[in-house]
Structure formats: C-alpha cells, structure tokens
Write a protein that binds this ligand. Structure first.
Ligand SMILES: [Fe+2]
Ligand SMILES: [Fe+2]
Length: 140
C-alpha cells in the first residue's frame, strides 16, 4: 500500500479525528451529568477529559503543519435515556475511533503524527474496556 505523504491529506485526516474527539468530549460531558449512578458517571467524566487532551494533541499536529482545527461537528448522538444505552453509544464511539486510528497509523507516513496516533489509540482501547466493564455490571 502506498503511504500518505501529502501534508494537505494528513491535515484533512487529523481534522476528521479532531472533530470526532470534540463529539466524544461533548457527549461524555453531557452523559456524565445525566447518569444517575456514581461510578459510570465518574468514569465518563474522567474519559471526557482524556478526549479533550486528544483534541489538544491533534490540534497541535494540525497547526504545526499549517492547518487550522475544524470545529464543524455533526449533530450529537448521546444514546438513549438509560445508562445501558448511553454506555453502548460510548462503546460504539470508542470502536469507531479505534478503527480510524488503526487505519491512519498504517496509512500515514509522518513519524510524529503516527507516534501521537498510537498513544491516542492505546487510550481509546482502555476507554472501551472501562465502558464495557460498566455495561457488564448492568447486565448482571
Ligand atoms: Fe479520544
Ligand atoms: Fe476515548
């Protein structure tokens, strides 16, 4: 497979990631407030802060390459009214991120970008595991 080297294309991909991180941050902040159980709410709030840190890392990569971070996020999907549905939505967001980051790590030829994306990928895997543990406790 031919690697992506054009800076414009790398900026475009990083902006897709940046927007996904904005959406995750906003959804998790809101869901942390509406969850009535303390533990999943705390975990969701902590992870929202990780997602905001991912926004900073991505924005830094974008700006260093001459781009501007895009703030054009889609309409937010929070999941349903119950904890189970919200956790399922959050797990789906993490899975989407994990798939995208894996593809980009394979495709992009820029060592600094790939290094940051690998670090973010590890955190998204941990997030998904944290949310799955809370979901399993509901199903018990
Ligand atoms: Fe993230
Ligand atoms: Fe995450």
């Amino acid at each position: 497979m031919e690697k992506i080297v054009e800076v414009e294309e790398i900026i475009r991909l990083l902006n897709e990631d940046f927007v996904r991180e904005i959406e995750a941050t906003l959804i998790y902040v809101r869901n942390a407030f509406v969850m009535d159980q303390c533990d999943p709410s705390r975990v969701t709030e902590d992870i929202a802060i990780d997602e905001m840190r991912h926004m900073y890392w991505l924005a830094d990569l974008i700006v260093k390459r001459g781009g501007k971070p895009s703030m054009e996020h889609k309409e937010l999907e929070f999941g349903g009214d119950d904890l189970k549905s919200q956790l399922e939505r959050q797990i789906a967001l993490e899975t989407e991120g994990i798939e995208k980051y894996k593809q980009q790590i394979d495709a992009i030829n820029d060592a600094e970008v790939v290094g940051v994306l690998k670090h973010i990928l590890d955190e998204e895997k941990r997030h998904r595991k944290e949310f799955r543990m809370r979901l399993e406790r509901i199903d018990e």
